[in-house]
Design a protein around this ligand. Sequence first.
Ligand SMILES: Nc1ncnc2c1ncn2[C@@H]1O[C@H](COP(=O)(O)OP(=O)(O)O)[C@@H](O)[C@H]1O
Ligand SMILES: [Mg+2]
Length: 251
Amino acid sequence: MAGLFIAFEGGEGAGKTTQSLLLAERLAERQTPHLLVREPGGTELGEYLREYLKSERPLSPEAELLLFEAARTELVTSQILPALAAGQVVIADRFFGSTIAYQGYGRGLDLQVIESLNRFAAGPAAPDLTILLDLSPEAGIRRAMSFQTSFSPDASGGLAPMQRNAEGTRFEDLDLEFHNKAREGFRAQAEAHHDKWVVIDALGPIESVQEEVWKLTRERLYPDEAEPAATAESPTPVNPGPQGELWPQAT
Ligand SMILES: Nc1ncnc2c1ncn2[C@@H]1O[C@H](COP(=O)(O)OP(=O)(O)O)[C@@H](O)[C@H]1O
Ligand SMILES: [Mg+2]
């Protein structure tokens, strides 16, 4: 039995890691075998390259692209393909859509070269569903930084909040133009592959984004399953919509 491959894409702070973990939890509750991976990472080489790539050491865009692809090949061959062959659900926190968005649209590398390297690195592993968590870079980066706000002396000698991301970069120093181009790259892919990509507005609360994610997963994983009966914990809405509105596959 072939498994199901779901990838989360989107900018920094859009909620990819949060939603990947929540989806994995939900599958665990149902004892559905699954594998959660992140890119780059998930293998010894991948984690090593992740640290290097996140260190902000100077690196040409071409070398950066090849390192991401090297990490991807290791992850695909050692983890993703075996899990799919075993019928598992694979959840990827970023996959090759990120390479098109960042190295292609963001850094301006040739899109055809990237696509062919993506295919070379991923082989037969291609997501059945890619969920794009779409959010403005301003909102996403502020969100990702908000828990790292610290205070530093401002020009007048007072204390001003200063936000840094996980790599320690100040918000003001981040290249918003680069992140905006990447967002455009994500959206262009969603439009070009609307059979495999779904865009979710990531501005909503975590719970409602999760419900949308779960609905998409559920439709693919358990297509014949009816909507579960309402329980005491989740009472029937006072004014329910038409039958099947919430879960299109419900019978
Ligand atoms: N829908 C949401 N609304 C508000 N905050 C969110 C939402 N999704 C995630 N967050 C918070 O934003 C921060 C970044 O989320 P994260 O999942 O790490 O994003 P990503 O993996 O896309 O960079 C975390 O502190 C997380 O709790
Ligand atoms: Mg993340």
